[in-house]
Design a protein around this ligand. Sequence first.
Ligand SMILES: [Zn+2]
Length: 69
Amino acid sequence: MSIHVDEDLLPAVETLTAEQRRGAACVWCETPLQPGIDDVDLGARHATAHAPAWFPRGCRRCCYGRDDR
Ligand SMILES: [Zn+2]
């Protein structure tokens, strides 16, 4: 499952935990995610001059407004 979310809809990367940056937890609600099971890939962000690469993922509830199961 993968959707693209505009940059300005994501939380500021410097406010996120290590788990959120590597895609192990939802970037909005910090719910732990199980890759390939209940995560939604929001598209890897490449490293910039200001920040390292990070891998935002969200839970289904935050991405779709509901649990999809
Ligand atoms: Zn969430």
